[in-house]
Design a protein around this ligand. Structure first.
Ligand SMILES: NC(=O)c1ccc[n+]([C@@H]2O[C@H](COP(=O)([O-])OP(=O)(O)OC[C@H]3O[C@@H](n4cnc5c(N)ncnc54)[C@H](O)[C@@H]3O)[C@@H](O)[C@H]2O)c1
Length: 321
């Protein structure tokens, strides 16, 4: 089977990630069948997808006339087997729980055809562990999307120790075909690639805030308007080449010993979390979010995501996107 042959996709889990993943495949002309064990998730999925699509149409990311066509390609079913039985590619996006996923994958095998590829959107568990009890672990692979999945371009594609090279290639090709920037991660390492880089950065950012080196507002402005601005245009390795590796190495040697490299959460961050302030979802975190402010902030973020999506989906690492 080749990526171009994949027309039917099954999605399990319609939460934060699953509904956007289902939407993305449907927007790329695939027929999607999807299941969630929660009746509430099943009954609201289409409305959530439609609302994402309407927003995208308002921003010119898709044609308004395409909204209903895309929605019609998605069928929500009330049995997991029915969601996957005709699929050529399955994405699992259920809760992040290893025993649950370990039990689910062998069950999926019993419902699908021998050629079907079974992917997990797990953020933390190696596919080698999830596929432990499968008869054909060579068809199992980790495809790690980012939230919101219908807008963030990258999908990390990570084979387990027993995943076949053909399945890895096919998965990379498929995600490029549906417009994603699919990146191959050669080995299963904790955090894969992107989360490692994010944590390296946020450790230093938390530290700078904790030490009062600048206000939260100024830290956010500084990082967003410098590193963030440049990284929306080029990756960090290219940026290093632009600047000159001789310069970067000097700066690295001088600064690396000065920055945080430990695993201790800076105390100001630990304190607010211990007080139950988790950020936007509790109304307070590093900043305060009265309900109307939270709503406005979310709206602004979504608008910016869509502006960036226009930039990213215009250029692609994939050949066919
Ligand atoms: N949220 C993120 O930013 C993010 C990013 C990348 C990867 N992931 C991964 O994606 C997966 C899903 O995360 P999420 O944030 O969408 O979670 P979520 O809690 O929003 O959604 C999970 C959904 O799975 C459903 N579910 C639970 N058990 C099920 C089962 N046996 N069969 C079918 N449905 C079942 C739940 O009812 C729920 O609707 C996790 O593995 C997570 O680690 C999440």
């Amino acid at each position: 089977m080749q990526a171009k042959d994949i027309q039917r996709v099954g999605v399990l889990g319609l939460g934060t990630m699953g509904h956007g993943i289902a939407q993305t495949f449907a927007a790329a002309d695939c027929s999607v069948t999807a299941f969630d064990e929660s009746e509430a998730a099943r009954s609201t999925a289409i409305e959530r997808i439609r609302s994402n699509l309407v927003q995208m149409a308002a921003e010119g990311l898709i044609d308004a006339s395409a909204v209903e066509e895309i929605v019609e390609r998605i069928v929500i079913v009330d049995q997991p087997g029915r969601a996957v039985e005709e699929a050529e590619f399955v994405v699992e996006a259920v809760l992040e729980n290893l025993p649950l996923k370990q039990a689910l994958f062998p069950q999926l095998e019993s419902w699908v055809s021998v050629e079907t590829v079974l992917a997990s959107n797990t953020s933390t568990f190696p596919m080698t562990q999830i596929s432990r009890d499968m008869q054909h672990p060579e068809r199992a692979i980790n495809t790690h999307w980012f939230n919101p999945p219908h807008l963030v371009p990258v999908v990390e594609v990570v084979p387990g120790e027993r995943t076949s090279p053909e399945v890895t290639e096919l998965t990379l090709e498929l995600h490029k075909r549906i417009g994603k920037q699919a990146v191959r991660i050669n080995r299963e390492i904790p955090g894969l690639l992107v989360n490692r880089v994010q944590i390296a950065m946020i450790r230093e950012v938390f530290h700078l805030w904790d030490q009062g080196i600048a206000s939260a507002e100024d830290i956010d402005t500084a990082v967003r308007g410098s590193m963030g601005f440049r990284m929306a245009a080029n990756g960090p390795l290219e940026i290093a080449d632009f600047g000159g590796l001789d310069v970067w190495l000097k700066v690295f040697e001088g600064l690396a010993p000065e920055i945080r490299s430990d695993s201790v959460i800076p105390s100001k961050v630990r304190e607010i979390v211990d007080e139950g302030h988790y950020g936007m979802k509790t109304g307070q975190g590093i900043y305060d979010y009265p309900p109307e402010v939270a709503e406005q902030k979310r709206h602004e973020r979504d608008q910016r995501f869509m502006a960036l999506a226009k930039l990213f989906y215009g250029q692609s690492s994939g050949d066919e996107a």
